[in-house]
Structure formats: structure tokens, C-alpha cells
Ligand binder design. Structure first.
Ligand SMILES: [Zn+2]
Ligand SMILES: [Zn+2]
Length: 87
């Protein structure tokens, strides 16, 4: 079976297609993750990024930064699941 992908709301810009501020804004606020579309294609079996909690932003809590992309998911908010061990 092939990998089915699903369109999901871009976590980094929250589906807006633009980022409000930050160093990642290079081209007039266009979101660098979804390139302004507001949605990203994610394989259906991917899961929420544990590092950013699906926010696409780097860091949680005291070191939370709204400007930087999560390095694990690159801002998408979704990551490939670990390989299953059974069978
Ligand atoms: Zn985006
Ligand atoms: Zn992440």
C-alpha cells in the first residue's frame, strides 16, 4: 500500500499562510512551512510532534519561542511515527 497523505492545517502559521513576525519572515510574511497555502500534506499515519506538541514552534514553557520552527517537525507539527516492533 502506498502512503496516503492528508491535507492538514499548517501548525506554524495556524492555517493563515502568513507569519506575523520573526526571523523566518523573509518574503513578506509568507509562512516558510506551507509557503502561504495554509495547509500541509501529511501522511495519514504520522502523529503529532512530541517536541512541540503539534504547535510547530520551537520550545514549550519558559523557553517558548514563537519565532523559531520546531527542529523535529520543521514547523509542520507532525512527525513520522517510530517503526512498529511487532511482527
Ligand atoms: Zn504555514
Ligand atoms: Zn515539532
Amino acid at each position: 500500500m502506498g502512503t496516503r497523505v492528508e491535507n492538514r492545517r499548517c501548525a506554524y502559521c495556524n492555517g493563515k499562510g502568513v507569519t506575523e513576525e520573526g526571523e523566518l519572515v523573509r518574503t513578506r510574511g509568507t509562512c516558510p512551512v506551507c509557503e502561504g497555502i495554509g495547509i500541509v500534506s501529511v501522511p495519514v499515519n504520522w502523529r503529532k510532534c512530541p517536541m512541540c506538541g503539534g504547535s510547530g514552534r520551537k520550545g514549550i514553557g519558559e523557553h517558548f519561542s514563537q519565532l523559531e520552527r520546531c527542529q523535529k517537525c520543521q514547523g509542520m507539527g507532525w512527525v513520522e511515527p517510530p517503526p512498529l516492533k511487532y511482527v
